[in-house]
Design a protein around this ligand. Structure first.
Ligand code: COA
Length: 361
């Protein structure tokens, strides 16, 4: 048995390849370096969905815009009970109201759901009215518009595109595996995506970037980094934004996102010194992890610079996991259809290690 299914191959996929030794990510035949900063979210949806949704239009943008408008109706049910939840949980509850199915229109609504619900939940939490989608602008520009109530700059929309593209798919990560297991039962795409969201929200998966901001805020200045990090490790904590099951070298997504943060520093989004401070904390963390775990290769993962990028785009840390879902939902939906095309129910075995049956007295 392999603990945590490490090194177990559980699917064949044409969607993405994660090369953990070379530090390389390929999404449908395109390297991440080639995509991030160039492709839009719509481009990567087109790439991932191609061949899996027979009626996929040559340009998915208008249909995705219409789907944003369609799902916005669900926002009307946002009440105090939903707002008491974590934003990703409120978004999951709203998504659960969407009908199940396995066709393109179900998939488009699911692509639109986190993009529309997370801004509405954030605004409602701030006592602000939701902003209705605009089907005529790009997905990323509309997300930022719905979050802030004003159109973003082209540079900001490009930065969000870079993020959504970077996290759109990543092999058989925990949430994608969960989505594929559910899809294999033929439960439908909505069920598969709800399973994906549920797996994503854990701190060992997509829940890490919010805590990265808490860590940076608690450290405060570069001079405090080493002492703070040492103390966190002494008390048995993990350093959020570091370590990965597959990557034994630096996660290529970290640099793709750091590049997007750097481009935003040329505008007014990143406070002077914020990036340099984060880099200093990263260096200290890598030094300490190397000293403490010399036999492990614990490197920076995607979540560290995700935190800085989403902070620069004015998403509150509590919403970061929901923004991750806006990108990863494209991968879940492509994997779910790939699983359906392959056909078989995923049903592994367990080894019973409990007590032998006893006779009733
Ligand atoms: N900080 C401190 N120690 C860490 C660590 C981190 N971020 N990540 C791994 N380790 C240590 C573990 O404590 C363990 O040490 P041990 O062998 O002495 O017990 C060892 O490295 C291996 O950990 P394990 O949990 O088996 O590795 P994994 O492959 O299951 O872990 C993660 C992958 C991502 C869950 C793990 O690195 C982690 O928890 N990182 C922090 C959360 C995070 O950033 N998540 C986002 C992932 S993209």
């Amino acid at each position: 048995m392999s603990d945590g299914l490490e090194n177990v191959v559980a699917a064949e996929t044409v969607l993405s390849e994660v090369d953990g030794l070379a530090g390389r990510l390929v999404i449908r035949g395109r390297s991440l370096d080639d995509l991030a900063g160039r492709a839009t979210f719509e481009d990567v949806v087109q790439l991932l969905f191609d061949g899996f949704y027979v009626d996929l239009p040559a340009d998915v943008a208008p249909a995705l815009g219409a789907a944003r408008v369609d799902v916005f109706a669900q926002v009307a049910v946002l009440d105090a009970g939903l707002l008491a939840l974590d934003p990703v949980e409120a978004m999951r509850a709203l998504t659960a109201r969407l009908p199940d199915g396995d066709d393109l229109s179900t998939a488009l609504r699911l692509l639109a759901a986190p993009a529309v619900f997370i801004p509405a939940v954030v605004r409602a939490g701030q006592g602000l009215a939701p902003v209705a989608p605009d089907a005529t602008v790009t997905h990323s520009a509309d997300i930022l518009r719905m979050l802030r109530g004003a159109a973003p700059t082209a540079e900001e929309a490009r930065a969000l595109d870079a993020y959504l593209v970077t996290v759109s798919d990543h092999g058989l990560n925990a949430s994608t595996f969960a989505a594929r297991v559910i899809a294999s039962t033929r439960a439908g795409l909505t069920s598969a995506v709800l399973g994906g969201i549920s797996a994503l929200k854990g701190p060992l998966h997509g829940g890490a970037p919010g805590p990265v901001i808490e860590m940076l805020d608690a450290i405060g200045t570069p001079g405090h980094a080493r002492a703070w990090l040492e103390q966190a490790l002494d008390s048995g904590e993990r350093l959020m934004g570091f370590g990965h099951r597959i990557y034994k070298v630096r996660d290529p997504r970290a640099d793709a996102l750091k590049g997007a943060v750097r481009r935003l520093t040329q505008g007014s989004n990143v406070a002077p010194g914020r990036l340099a401070f984060a880099e200093a904390v990263e260096r200290a963390a890598l030094d300490i992890l190397r000293e403490r775990k010399p036999d492990r290769s614990l490197q920076t993962n995607v979540e560290f610079y995700t935190a800085l990028l989403l902070e620069a785009l004015a998403f509150p840390p509590a919403a970061f996991t929901g923004v991750f879902a806006m990108g990863r939902v494209a991968g879940w939906l492509a994997h779910a259809r790939e699983q359906l095309a392959g056909g078989r129910l995923i049903r592994p075995q367990s080894v019973y290690v409990g007590p032998a049956p006893r006779r009733a007295a």
